[in-house]
Design a protein around this ligand. Structure first.
Ligand code: COA
Length: 255
């Protein structure tokens, strides 16, 4: 089975959201009955999308293009920060929430491409994700100056590999090298924990990619994210547009 029911996203947005790590077969969609199917698959498979899910039936939403970079931790930059970088602690939680809200207020991710996902709920999702990461016990560092959090960088382990899961810098202190230093610090710490450090973002997020490239990260993989708004769960409160989408898709399945 290629589908995962996304419990948190479903609760947050009020739809049955299922995630797919490849382009599924149509029968997998019919079996899982998602309201919204989020497909994330290697970019090179994009040519298969419209052949599998006809555009005039599914109206796929092109939601983002993701780029994955990896650092082999051989040549690591030295931090030159004048501010403090330290592990996050529980007493940082409320400052972290405020920081995430400032960092991601105007952030364009794949949820934003779907008109059925309200932007306030998307930002709440970033806050929840940050809180989960802080409590996970995985590496999580903050930059601090005069008692104020300037930025954060949170990781998660995948076996031996280490990934940066979420990171950001307060826009009020942008372009001062806070991120450059936070990442340089993380690279030095990562070397003690893992053979590599990976990180990803939207293709359009050029600012972070410039920092990564200067610090020796190499582009490794590219993924496409596509949403299919199907409304196939048993929800009874569908709008006319949603009911029309459901009927059209079920008719295509011969149902
Ligand atoms: C993207 C983001 C992390 C950058 O943070 P930042 O602290 O402003 O980044 P830096 O200051 O290190 O680098 C930004 C620029 O400042 C320059 N800079 C200025 N002073 C600097 C210094 N003392 N040392 C290093 N770089 C400096 C850098 O060269 C860089 O220039 P460039 O954009 O021309 O390449 C921040 O804008 C952010 O949080 N954005 C929203 C969330 C986000 O995108 N998160 C990452 C998702 S993966």
């Amino acid at each position: 089975m290629v589908s995962t029911y996304a419990e948190k996203e479903s609760r947050r947005f009020g739809y049955a959201v299922h995630r797919y790590d490849r382009i599924p077969a149509p029968k997998d969609i019919l079996a899982a009955r998602p309201d919204i199917a989020i497909l994330r698959f290697p970019f090179e498979n994009l040519t298969q999308l419209a052949k599998t899910f006809p555009s005039e039936i599914f109206f796929p939403i092109w939601a983002d293009a993701l780029v994955f970079y990896r650092h082999d931790l051989k040549l690591i930059p030295t931090p030159t920060n004048s501010f403090v970088i330290r592990p996050a602690k529980p007493t940082d939680d409320s400052a972290l929430e405020a920081l995430v809200r400032r960092c991601f207020k105007d952030y364009s991710d794949h949820y934003l491409a779907n008109p059925f996902f309200p932007s306030a709920a998307i930002l709440d999702g970033q806050v929840e994700w940050c809180s989960d990461l802080r409590q996970s016990g995985e590496p999580f560092w903050v930059a601090e100056e005069k008692g104020e959090l300037l930025g954060f960088l949170a990781c998660r382990r995948r076996g031996l590999a280490l990934d940066v899961a979420l990171n950001g810098v307060d826009p009020r202190v942008g372009n001062r090298g806070v991120y450059t230093n936070l990442l340089a610090y993380a690279l030095n710490e990562a070397k003690k924990l893992s053979p590599s450090l990976s990180i990803s973002t939207q293709l359009s997020n050029i600012k972070v990619q410039r920092v990564w490239q200067r610090q020796g990260f190499l582009l490794e993989e590219t993924f496409a994210t596509v949403h299919l708004n199907c409304f196939l769960s048993n929800a009874t409160d569908l709008s006319p547009t949603q009911a029309e989408a459901r009927a059209r898709i079920l008719a295509w399945f011969g149902k």
